[in-house]
Design a protein around this ligand. Structure first.
Ligand code: SF4
Ligand code: SF4
Length: 376
């Protein structure tokens, strides 16, 4: 495992375990976590030197903190760092939420504490609710070691936030797709300019860069590494990146990520140009760049499984592009007819709560409406 010195004091493993996609016994929105399998993943990470574990109040409906805390309880507290996040939408009572988090984790302090998923829309909610001075106070008392935020907004919003508060670190969505096709590069450069350590989330864009379309595979710089490994190598190579989080759901994936994190990561210009070409193909191909983070799901009054509905929509659009005919591609949506009516796109009431909570600001109600019309 490679390590990065943070704040001139602690060594953080280049790879961190993101606990938002832990294995489940039943897949789906409220599926329970498969705790023995989650323990195996944590044990494998600890055994191979991973010392950064990231969770949040809302992951797995609140169970991620509990399971992660239990899985780590057999290890000395100083042998790992825990990162956890305050979510203003889930419960604006920041004092109560913070106390609940410590209780769920069964820990006395949190190493890295973040405001969760700050966007241009939610930045004011976090600033106005009074939580920032409270968390700074917790930092003085040692209940929080380092204070930052995870970010899904515009570079302009990021710049303003950095000018207002003395953040210890910032977590951004960074991968080669968002670097070449989105604003990740700008965000990274703003953070570098301010000398703020970068924690990386979504390094493989919610799995998109691990499951590349067939025509992208020959463009990979070499077949020596998997598509996921190339994606990880891209971000791990960037100076100023402290930790790269990966939401590991099984042991095989965990071991592959650990191997990748141990490699020398410098990519040359030719390799970078290959990844850029892949990102261009993906941009043309993928209609809706949903990462599967599920932040929208908790806020849907109809409890729709939004990411899986959007995945069907992407299949449909993909087929329509391949056939050059949208009508003939509708069969790709037919699997949705097997869902109970109240779970189909037609059940969407168009409230827009999902878009408001989506880090990618996807126009979800529009896609739901289009699918409902096609299925109708
Ligand atoms: S717009 Fe539709 S999908 Fe989005 S939260 Fe409302 S009901 Fe759910
Ligand atoms: S629609 Fe947005 S919030 Fe929902 S899973 Fe996809 S990226 Fe996440």
């Amino acid at each position: 495992m490679r390590y990065e010195t943070y704040n001139e004091t602690i060594k953080l493993s280049k790879l961190g375990l993101g606990a938002m996609r832990l294995p489940q016994t039943v897949l789906g929105l409220a599926g329970p976590i498969d705790e023995p399998k989650a323990q195996e993943i944590v044990d494998c990470c600890m055994e191979h030197g991973v010392n950064y574990y990231d969770t949040a109040y809302i992951y797995h409906g609140g169970k991620s903190e509990v399971v992660l805390g239990r899985a780590l309880s057999k290890y000395p507290r100083e042998s790992f760092c825990i990162a956890d996040k305050f979510n203003v939408q889930a419960n604006p009572d920041y004092k109560a939420q913070f106390a609940e988090q410590l209780a769920r984790l069964q820990m006395e302090y949190i190493d890295f504490y973040l405001l969760h998923g700050v966007t241009d829309l939610t930045a004011a909610d976090y600033e106005n609710c009074g939580c920032i001075p409270y968390f700074e106070e917790q930092k003085r008392t040692g209940k929080i070691k380092y204070f930052g935020f995870s970010f899904h907004g515009t570079p302009d919003c990021l710049q303003k936030l950095l000018e207002k508060y003395p953040w210890d670190f910032v977590q951004i969505q960074l991968n080669y797709y968002d670097w070449y096709q989105g604003t990740a590069k700008q965000q990274y450069e703003i953070l570098k300019e301010h000398g703020i350590p970068v924690m990386v989330m979504e390094p493989i864009h919610g799995g998109m860069l691990a499951n590349l379309p067939e025509e992208c595979l020959p463009l990979l710089p070499s077949a020596e590494f998997s598509p996921a490994a190339w994606a990880l190598r891209f971000v791990m190579n960037l100076p100023g990146v402290a930790v790269v989080l990966s939401g590991m759901s099984d042991l095989q994936q965990t071991k592959e990520n650990i191997n990748t994190a141990g490699l020398e990561h410098k990519l040359n210009d030719e390799e970078l140009s290959c990844l850029e070409k892949i990102s261009e193909i993906l941009r043309k191909k993928i209609a809706v760049p949903c990462t599967g983070c599920r932040y929208c799901c908790d806020n849907c009054p109809q409890s729709l499984d939004i990411p899986s509905l959007l995945s069907a929509y992407n299949d449909y659009r993909d087929e329509a592009a391949a056939l050059g005919n949208a009508e003939l591609a509708v069969w790709r949506l037919l699997r949705l007819k097997a869902l109970p009516e109240e779970k189909q796109p037609g059940a969407c009431v168009g409230c827009g709560n999902c878009t408001a909570h989506c880090p990618q600001a996807l126009a979800i109600p529009t896609y739901m409406k289009e699918m409902a019309a096609l299925l109708g």
